[in-house]
Design a protein around this ligand. Sequence first.
Ligand code: ASP
Ligand code: MG
Length: 450
Amino acid sequence: MSNFNVAKFGGTSVANFEAMSRCAAVIEANPNTKLVVSSACSGVTNLLVELANGVQDTQRRSEILTKLAEIHNAILDQLESSDQAASDVYAILDTVTSLAEAASIQSSHKLTDHLVACGELMSTHILAQLLKERGLNATRFDIRDVLRTDNNFGKAEPQLETIKQLADSSLVPLCQDFVVVTQGFIGSDSEGNTTTLGRGGSDYSAALIAEAVEASGLEIWTDVPGIYTTDPRIAPKASPIPEISFSEASEMANFGAKILHPSTLVPALRHDIPVFVGSSKQPEKGGTWIRHQVESSPLFRALALRCNQTMVTLRSANMFHAYGFLAKVFEILAKHKVSVDLITTSEISVSLTLDQTGTAGGAPQLPEQARIELEELCHVEVEHNLCLVALIGNNMSESKGYAKQVFGTLEDFNLRMICYGASPHNLCFLLHESVSKQAIQKLHTELFEG
Ligand code: ASP
Ligand code: MG
């Protein structure tokens, strides 16, 4: 293991000159930080996505291009000698302009990835220059030379062995001499096409890079000072968690706590790299350490909320004491590439929620053809506007004495589905969207504010 620390900064952390300067201070504060992974400046990826979707209206297109130039110019203007960085950024903006035009005629996933990657390609030119001006021996590196993926544009799969080899031969030696600034979220396939890991993917990139260089630590700097017992916007008394285990943090990410991209912890866990989450705005506030071994493993750790849930309920009298029914159901779902998230069954019915991966946070739909085939087998009901409240903790399936407290708190709520027992780390409830925040508030008061 090297003694590198990898520091990743999110979009809001690099939103403007002041924000970038705070990142620089964070980098300077840890002399082991040799690799810096940056997102695009705040708002930039959204604009690029709009362009990639194909903007016919030339006026709107030029508005977006102007906005993109403004965001970057505002930072370049505050650098001391911005000439090189500015010409690098302008060259990328030229690429954006021509790709946007092409997308307005015909878009594709490949074109989209090339276009949306430009945000990170620009922000890193600027951040590297800013670090140099503050006296750091910094250099910018194009991560597409290392982060090899397949060509599943929009949600590319990293190819770990190749990434490791490429990192060993180019990135690791560079980190001996420089603080290397590189892009999150983007990669390239074996033919050199630009790919992306999916929205919010720069946390995941940072973890993959940390894994490849065998980093001793990974810092994720965002706009909140760590992981909280729940979203403080829902429950104002939510408190920061100083230390949490990989399993608990993964559950939180999976259940919709928006702090980390859900895949981030996978590489970190594989290589046992401790992950720190903190706010680059208020680094003095500390943050959360995510580690393998933690000092305390409380029964209740946190509450997470994930909305836009789709529940499918299948009912059939044929299921009664029969075998093979679920197998048929899953065969149909698999055929239509429907991934199931939660499931509960009774003698003649089964309820399941659909996995949200790839829906960009929206509600997943049951494909029409899958519905038709399921209807040949049983009665099908699809419900939307549901939210999942997850109580996350430790040893929950082996502990007793808390059910009364939890269910007592929720006695006035209509619980549409309950999942318990398969994981020792969670107990989940599906409720109607209109009451889900209230459920979090009540549970938080009862279980975390005592
Ligand atoms: N810039 C990308 C996005 O906004 C990746 C990231 O910031 O994680 O999705
Ligand atoms: Mg992010």
